[in-house]
Write a protein that binds this ligand. Structure first.
Ligand code: UDP
Length: 455
């Protein structure tokens, strides 16, 4: 039997690594011809990531192997994550800038020395952060694909940027005075204030988005962690305009992790207090995974102080509520039948995970493309309750008050709420999409066929 080899180049942040490895596992499960090498730069010793990689290795020993480029090159990238006080965008930029050259050297070396049997080498699968490496793959005439951890709505924004850029006169970055955007993957005009804030930054954010969007047009295919039935409108919008094929392959089975606010969600003390009050006022039981910004003198610490909570809160919540400080086992929590609602920072993985278990969400976006995700879930799909569509974490002037939180909790927990019914339906559809003859199953099948034909 012919071997079809793929090189995955993921980013090692949890929100990217977990879904891409789940996808890798699904590919090899789907077809015995597929062999995968995962080439990555390890950030620092992260017990969770280490354990996750080990579990994949253990189950797919001979078909998926891992190459840590930082180890191969005797380099260590620990300092990258050392400073927790930098913004999410800065963190992403540093990762991108530091890892891309390492990965590039490795890939060039690999291809020039023809270590791979080109007859069976069917392509690269790049993470969003490393799309600049598409050029290297092209130089060596190797097909490249992108695995997008975001959704089809975000992809349609990237395509929209390309079209808009060609039409705009004057400086191209977005301005708050611009009109709502008519984006082909969205039914409603998209308000400016739900777009990623980087698009308003003419020096760094906007140019980076643009160069990224260009690469999305230049690949053989884009794998999106979503499913057709969830985003039919956006997915059907890709079929024209000369876009590469889009493969909606999600959601990864059991990819759900329940926790409030993702890898980077943090709150200042006034917001922590309002959440606590809102939870109490709602009268519902709760499990609250909470993190606050680390202190400069100890960036790795948790530093949660009960002083941040309303007086007597800890005593009053006994038997009603629990706090988790640090990383939470989100999938297990969401999977638990007791969980009836999820206040989410609107990371796409968290949204898919919650849908998978039929847990209705309250949208509270924090960073990256999360405002756009919230807009999609509330306005486009009617699959979530709105708390805020706009919010910038750690902004002292932006505090969501306890009453608003209480109201959203009561809404999401109300059995008569249409959102609850729709989410339960979507959970059934999500599960059907990945089993034999389901939409994502067929999409994986098509991707494998196309990769083998493109070779
Ligand atoms: N997650 C978790 N525990 C936490 C925080 C996050 O298990 O305390 C998981 C979550 O279930 C999801 C991923 O980390 O799979 C976060 O991805 P998402 O796209 O939701 O947000 P990001 O962290 O990328 O902003």
């Amino acid at each position: 039997m012919k071997k079809a080899k793929l090189i995955f180049v993921p980013s090692t942040g949890k929100g990217h690594l977990i879904p891409v490895l789940k996808f890798a596992k699904r590919l090899v499960d789907h077809d015995d011809q597929i062999f995968i090498s995962v080439v990555f730069v390890k950030l620092s010793s992260d017990p969770f990531v280490d354990a996750y990689i080990e579990s994949i290795k253990a189950s797919k020993l001979d078909r998926i192997d891992f190459i840590d480029v930082s180890q191969q090159q005797q380099q260590h990238c620990h300092s990258i994550v050392g400073n927790h006080s930098r913004s999410v965008q800065d963190h992403v930029n540093v990762v991108r800038e530091t890892h891309t050259p390492l990965l590039k050297d490795f890939v060039v070396d690999l291809l020039s020395r023809s270590r791979l049997d080109s007859a069976t080498f069917v392509g690269f699968i790049f993470d969003l952060f490393f799309v600049s490496l598409v050029d290297v793959a092209h130089e060596f005439n190797v097909p490249s694909y992108i695995f997008l951890t975001g959704n089809a709505g975000f992809l349609s924004l990237l395509f929209h940027l390309m079209t808009r850029h060609g039409e705009i006169c004057g400086s191209p970055e977005f301005k708050q005075s611009d009109p709502d955007q008519l984006i082909s993957g969205f039914i409603n005009p998209v308000p400016l204030n739900v777009l990623p804030s980087a698009l308003f930054d003419k020096d760094n954010g906007y140019p980076l988005f643009m160069t990224t969007a260009q690469k999305f047009k230049a690949v053989k295919g884009i794998v999106v962690n979503t499913f057709e039935e969830l985003e039919p409108y956006a997915i059907s919008s890709f079929s024209d305009h000369g876009n590469p094929p889009v493969y909606p392959i999600g959601p990864p089975q059991s990819s759900v992790i329940f926790l409030c606010f993702g890898s980077f969600g943090r709150f200042l003390a006034p917001q922590v207090k309002e959440i606590a009050l809102g939870l109490e006022q709602s009268g519902y039981k709760f499990l609250w995974s909470s993190r606050v910004p680390p202190r400069n003198d100890d960036p790795g610490g948790v530093h949660y102080s009960e002083d941040m909570l309303p007086e007597g809160f800890v005593e009053r919540i006994q038997g009603k509520g629990m706090m988790i400080y640090g990383w939470a086992p989100q999938v297990e929590i969401l999977a638990h039948e007791a969980i009836g609602g999820f206040i989410s920072h609107c990371g796409w993985n968290s949204i898919l995970e919650s849908l998978w278990f039929g847990v209705p969400m309250i949208m509270w976006p924090m960073y990256a493309e999360q405002k756009l995700n919230a807009f999609k879930m509330v306005k486009e799909l009617g699959l979530a309750v709105e708390l805020r569509l706009e919010y910038e974490q750690l902004n002292v002037d932006d505090v969501v008050m306890a009453d608003e939180i209480e109201k959203a909790i009561k809404q999401v927990m109300d059995e008569r709420n249409e959102v609850r019914k729709k989410v339960r339906e979507m959970a059934k559809i999500a599960r059907k999409s990945i089993v034999s003859e389901g939409s994502s199953f067929l999409s994986i099948q098509k991707l494998i066929n196309d990769m083998i034909c493109n070779n």
